[in-house]
Design a protein around this ligand. Structure first.
Ligand code: APR
Length: 255
């Protein structure tokens, strides 16, 4: 099936009034050179990452934790946004109600130019004070001090949600609200095994959205999808967007 057929199968009229939500995972940054988390080529296959991560831990504002994050920050600092990130910037400009939800902490959506990004798991370029809660931007790597300090005198932790920790309720509420409003939902480059993100496409489906998965591999979400497109995000997403625009310019009323 070619992309035009995919778009027809969706049965939606593409126009700026459509409520659109995109959920991204590590796969969208894979072609930028950021390793994914699970499976072949993942970060956890790297012995150095495993060694550094094994020393990181609560209260997360330790030197050891920052040594692991500095390793990741250095790696990501060399990575640039790819065509998939830039396509989402275009989509944000086109749709009046567009919500980008990401599980990624690499900051590449922001770097590409996306304005409103709900970062479910935080951002590795920020630190958070474990005492006063202040969030501090830490854009440079290497850091001058490890751990970095808050102006209140307390060591900062990375502003990244660790396994078992709750997601910021404001971010989560905004994401869930967007999911329940969505008419068209894209799931890009996630294995769909980490909740609550993994539930989001299903919530959107329950509320009547058409859900499109873009992933080179099938996932646990695949059986529920309206359409699954097998391919790399940086290749599929720009092509799909072009196809959508072609249809919208033809001003088709209904496919
Ligand atoms: N384009 C699109 N998808 C890709 C690409 C690509 N070029 N390359 C790989 N993928 C897919 C893989 O097939 C896989 O389904 O990206 C997915 C990556 O899955 P994970 O590594 O599990 O990453 P993610 O789903 O984002 O993980 C969720 O787990 O450890 C945590 O907090 C971390 O946010 C992360 C969460």
């Amino acid at each position: 099936m070619n992309l035009e057929e995919f778009v027809k199968k969706l049965g939606l009229t593409i126009n700026p009034k459509l409520h659109v939500v995109v959920l991204t995972g590590a796969g969208i940054s894979a072609e930028s050179g950021v390793p994914i988390f699970r499976g072949k080529g993942s970060m956890w296959e790297n012995p150095e990452a495993r060694k550094l991560a094994s020393k990181a831990g609560p209260p997360w504002n330790t030197r050891e934790t920052w040594e692991f994050y500095e390793w990741r920050r250095k790696l990501v600092s060399k990575c640039k946004p790819n065509a998939a990130h830039y396509t989402l910037v275009e989509m944000e400009k086109y749709f009046e109600d567009f919500c980008l939800i990401t599980q990624n902490v690499d900051g590449l959506h922001g770097k590409a130019g996306s304005k409103n990004v709900l970062e479910l798991h935080g951002n590795m370029w920020k630190g958070r004070c474990v005492r006063c809660g202040k969030i501090v931007s830490l854009p440079e790597t290497p850091l001058k001090n490890i751990p970095p300090y808050c102006e209140c005198g307390t060591a900062l932790r990375p502003h990244v949600v660790q396994f078992g920790e709750p997601i910021d309720p404001n971010v989560l509420t905004a994401a869930l609200t967007a999911c329940s409003r969505a008419e068209l939902f894209f799931v890009v480059g996630t294995s769909g095994v980490v909740s609550p993100a993994a539930q989001m496409p299903l919530i959107a489906l329950q509320h009547g959205a058409k859900v499109v998965e873009i992933n080179p591999n099938p996932t646990v979400l695949t059986p529920y999808m309206t359409i699954s497109i097998r391919g790399k995000a940086a290749e599929v997403l720009p092509q799909l967007w072009k196809t959508f625009l072609l249809f919208s310019q033809k001003q088709e009323v209904k496919f």
